[in-house]
Design a protein around this ligand. Structure first.
Ligand SMILES: [Ca+2]
Length: 461
């Protein structure tokens, strides 16, 4: 019996191996488990990071969207407010200022024995009025101080953020290119429009426009352009001609262009529509279109321009009106060619234009006075004093000027109201006709609504 058989080295090493193997297995198991934990941690972390960044991004976008939406609404209503205040001023002008000014001027004229020829346009003061409502506290205080009231206790004045503005102009002080057009064209009115267009374009300073090819590679002359503008607006297919016997069919070939279209053959909807008229290109539009309107205002429906309403750079228009008044018959060349001399007419017209900006015109005679006697129409300290002393006056009668122009209460207004909040800017362009037909009154005071103008056109951008 061999109870104590010695352990062989082979058996010992097998034991160690088993131990080592077990340890190795345990460790591998442990390592394997710790790898899983690491992976789980990493993936949880990335998931969390992705979630958090998605959340942050989403919140930032939502906040920006909300701010944008807030600014959109705020800018829209600021523009609407500017528009409402503009309409209030228009109403004040038409309902109160015009009648009072008329009786005051009548009284002054009868006492002083001469025509003072001034007018008051409260609509020109829309800027300060808006400043009163939308400016800072200091602005409001300053403006209320100017008119002698204490606005410190008034509530609702001033806006904390944003800005609003408005510009009020008249359409009356422009050439009505729709006059005489439509379904029942009126020849005598069309001739008037033709005269006005010819006279507006007559200036030698525009020669370069008619001496080179236009954007479409064509030569266009003044007669063709005026005729095309008139023919677009009338229903008939007969080309307009001053001499009715020489007229043929309209042949503008709008439908044979690369981008064919039909002539409107009815009233223009906007002045921009003149861009579709043959011969018209951006250069002509820039030179003349600012003097066009598509809204009638002449109470006699005789295509005349309201000189009480001219605004902005009105010198070319006044030059045109004077020329149109002096050339009643466009089929004959003018007898006095000196009237085509820009050096003679432009300085006078620029003085008249300046005066219309400053005090307006109370009557046509005030304007004729300057034209007849330029030397007496300028102050001594004006730099152009000497120039005006050397200018020969232009003989023009009230009757001649009356044929193409009048001075009367404004009728059609264009209001461009803007509202700004943050990065958003809204602009509302509205045409208001104070004598327009009010089809759908929204209050029970339709007359009051009409007084601030009936909306003819509305565009928000
Ligand atoms: Ca036509």
């Amino acid at each position: 019996m061999n109870a104590h058989r010695p352990v062989t080295s082979t058996a010992r090493s097998a034991g160690w191996r088993a131990i080592l193997l077990a340890r190795f297995r345990a460790r591998r198991e442990r390592d394997r488990q710790s790898g899983v934990a690491f992976l789980i941690t990493i993936s949880s972390l990335s998931l969390l990071i992705a979630l958090v960044s998605q959340f942050t991004y989403g919140t930032t976008v939502d906040a920006a969207q909300a701010a944008n939406a807030r600014d959109e609404v705020r800018a829209h209503y600021l523009a609407r407010s500017a528009l409402s205040l503009s309409r209030l001023l228009i109403k004040i002008q038409l309902k109160f200022v015009e009648p009072i000014m008329k009786s005051a001027l009548d009284m002054l004229n009868s006492q002083a024995g001469q025509d003072l020829g001034i007018s008051l346009r409260v609509t020109d003061y829309i800027g300060p009025v808006l400043g009163f409502f939308s400016g800072s506290k200091m602005e409001t205080a300053l403006l209320s101080g100017l008119i002698g009231i204490d606005a410190s206790e008034a509530t609702g004045l001033g806006i904390p953020t944003g800005h609003m503005d408005a510009e009020i102009t008249n359409e009356d002080g422009k050439i009505d290119i729709n006059c005489g057009g439509g379904m029942a064209p009126d020849r005598s009115r069309q001739i008037k429009v033709f005269r006005l267009l010819q006279a507006l374009m007559a200036s030698p300073r525009y020669n370069w426009l008619f001496e080179q090819r236009n954007a479409e590679g064509q030569f266009v002359d003044r007669v063709d352009l005026a005729r095309a503008i008139i023919d677009w607006a009338d229903a008939d297919e007969q080309a307009f001609a001053v001499d009715a016997n020489s007229s043929g069919p309209e042949d503008y070939r709008y439908d044979q262009r690369d981008d064919p279209y039909q002539a409107h053959n009815n009233y223009y909807d906007t002045v921009d529509e003149t861009n579709l008229v043959r011969g018209m290109d951006p250069d002509y539009a820039e030179a003349f279109a600012s003097n066009f309107t598509v809204y009638a205002s002449d109470p006699l429906q005789n295509c005349r321009v309201n000189l009480a309403s001219v605004k902005g750079d009105c010198t070319p228009l006044i030059v045109g009106l004077v020329r149109a008044a002096l050339f009643p018959d466009p089929s004959k060349p003018p007898t006095d060619l000196s009237i085509l001399d820009d050096n003679r007419l432009y300085p006078l017209a620029s003085i008249l234009c300046e005066r219309s900006q400053a005090v307006g015109f109370g009557s046509l005679d005030a304007l004729i006075g300057v034209l007849n006697n330029p030397a007496a129409s300028i102050a001594r300290d004006d730099p152009r004093y000497q120039l005006m002393q050397n200018l020969t006056g232009i003989t023009i009668t009230t009757k001649q000027l009356q044929d193409v122009a009048y001075v009367g209460p404004p009728r059609v207004y264009r209001v461009v109201a803007t509202g700004e909040s943050g990065k958003v800017k809204k602009r509302i362009i509205v045409i208001l006709d104070s004598q327009g037909f009010l089809a759908n009154p929204v209050t029970n005071n339709p007359l009051g609504e009409q007084a601030s103008g009936v909306v003819q056109y509305w565009r928000e951008e």
